[in-house]
Design a protein around this ligand. Structure first.
Ligand SMILES: Cc1ncc(COP(=O)(O)O)c(C=O)c1O
Length: 360
C-alpha cells in the first residue's frame, strides 16, 4: 500500500476514536457525551423531516445553514456572518489547519490536549509545535511565552481536555493580542464552564472560537459544530470547507436544540452538580484530580493502584472510561460525568476494584 499513498500518510498512525460499543447497556463514560437526551424540540425537528421531508432530502441542503446561523447569531450577540457551520467541531479543526498552515508551517498546540491536533497537522504536512502544560500536582497552567511562539496557528482547548482545567481569560487575551497567527479557542466543553472567550472575538480579528453541538446539546450522533469569529477570517474558511458540510437533518435539529436554551441549561446544571458529587466521592476513594470546568474528570489513581488495570477492570464490568498509555497521563483515567445512576455504579465498581487490589 505504501506506493499508492503519500509516504507520510502511510507512516502516520491516524486518530484513535474512543470505543463506541453497539449495545446500549454499557455505561459509556469514555467520550464525553452529555448523559441526558437532546431537547425534545430537536427530536421533533428530526421527526418532522422523516415524516414529510422527501423534497428536503431530495435537494441539497442550504450551504450557508442560514437558519442555524441566525439562531446562533442571536444567542451570541454577533452578526450572522460571524458564524460558520461544520460537520462537527472536528471538521472545523481540519479546515482551519488547512486554511492557515501550508506545508512545513508550524501549528502550535498544548500537550496534553486533544490528540486529534497532531494528527490533522501531520496530514496537512504542516509542522507540529508542541507546547507543554505546566503541571504541578492537580494544578495545570499554560506555559510562559506562548504569546511569542512562531506559528501560523495556535490551538488551545479551554476548558482543557483531558484535564477540565480552565485557563483564565486574561491569559487567553494576552495570547490573542501578541500571537502572530490565528488562535483557535476550542470551546467544545464550554457549556459546563462559567465563562467563555466569546467577548474577545469583538476585539481580535485573529480569534476563532470552536463550538460543538455534541456535548452541551446532546447531538454527538448528528455531527454539527460551528465557528464564531470575524467575517473577514471566516470567509477564508468557506473556500476550504465542503460545499455542503451540514445536512438538512443536522441543520434542523441543531437549530431547534440551540433555540431551546432552557432545556439545554437544565442538562448542564445537572451535569455540573453530578460532577461536583463525583469529584468528592472519587477524592474519598483516594483519587486526586484538577477541579473540572467540563463534563469529565481526569482522576489520578490512588498510590499503589494501576490506572491501566482499573480501566480494564471497569471494562470487564461494562463500564467504559478513557485511559491513555502516554507519559503524563498513564497514571490517570478520564471519566465522563454520567447520570446519577451511572455514577453510582461507577463508584461502587471502583470501590470494589480498589478493595480487591488491596486485599491481593
Ligand atoms: C477538545 C475537543 N475539541 C473538539 C471536539 C470535536 O467535537 P465534535 O466533532 O463532536 O463537534 C472534541 C470531541 O471530542 C473535543 O474533545
Amino acid at each position: 500500500m505504501t506506493n499508492l499513498v503519500r509516504d507520510d500518510i502511510a507512516q502516520t498512525e491516524g486518530y484513535a476514536p474512543g470505543e463506541q460499543p453497539s449495545d446500549t447497556t454499557t455505561i459509556k463514560l469514555n467520550t464525553n457525551e452529555n448523559p441526558y437526551p437532546p431537547s425534545p424540540k430537536a427530536l421533533a425537528a428530526v421527526a418532522a423531516i422523516a415524516a414529510n421531508g422527501a423534497e428536503l432530502v431530495r435537494r441539497y441542503p442550504d450551504p450557508t445553514a442560514r437558519i442555524f446561523r441566525e439562531e446562533a447569531a442571536k444567542l451570541h450577540g454577533v452578526p450572522a456572518d460571524w458564524i460558520l457551520t461544520f460537520n462537527g467541531g472536528d471538521d472545523l479543526l481540519n479546515v482551519i489547519i488547512r486554511t492557515c498552515a501550508g506545508e512545513g508551517d508550524a501549528v502550535a498546540f498544548l500537550e496534553p490536549s486533544y490528540s486529534l491536533y497532531p494528527v490533522l497537522t501531520k496530514i496537512q504536512a504542516a509542522r507540529p509545535l508542541v507546547l507543554s502544560y505546566d503541571i504541578a500536582g492537580t494544578e495545570w497552567k499554560l506555559p510562559a511565552g506562548i504569546e511569542t511562539t512562531d506559528a501560523a496557528l495556535l490551538l488551545i482547548v479551554n476548558p482543557n481536555a483531558p484535564s477540565g482545567h480552565f485557563e483564565p481569560l486574561e491569559r487567553i487575551e494576552s495570547i490573542a493580542k501578541n500571537f502572530r497567527g490565528v488562535v483557535l479557542i476550542d470551546e467544545a466543553y464550554i457549556n459546563f464552564a462559567n465563562d467563555s472567550a466569546l467577548p474577545l472575538v469583538h476585539k481580535y480579528s485573529n480569534i476563532v472560537i470552536l463550538r460543538s453541538m455534541s456535548k452541551g446539546y446532546s447531538l454527538a450522533g448528528l455531527r454539527f459544530g460551528y465557528a464564531i469569529g470575524q467575517a473577514s477570517l471566516l470567509k477564508e474558511l468557506v473556500k476550504v470547507r465542503d460545499s455542503y458540510p451540514c445536512d438538512v437533518v443536522s441543520i434542523a435539529a441543531a437549530t431547534a436544540a440551540l433555540a431551546d436554551q432552557e432545556y439545554a441549561r437544565s442538562t448542564w446544571s445537572s451535569v455540573c452538580s453530578e460532577r461536583e458529587r463525583l469529584y468528592s466521592a472519587l477524592e474519598a476513594l483516594g483519587f486526586s484530580m484538577p477541579r473540572s470546568h467540563s463534563n469529565f474528570l481526569l482522576a489520578e489513581v490512588p498510590a499503589g493502584a494501576s490506572a491501566e488495570r482499573i480501566y480494564h477492570e471497569l471494562k470487564s464490568r461494562s463500564i467504559l472510561v478513557r485511559w491513555w498509555n502516554l507519559p503524563r497521563l498513564a497514571a490517570r483515567v478520564r471519566i465522563t460525568v454520567g447520570t446519577k445512576e451511572q455514577n453510582d455504579k461507577l463508584l461502587a465498581a471502583l470501590q470494589d476494584i480498589l478493595s480487591s487490589a488491596s486485599s491481593n
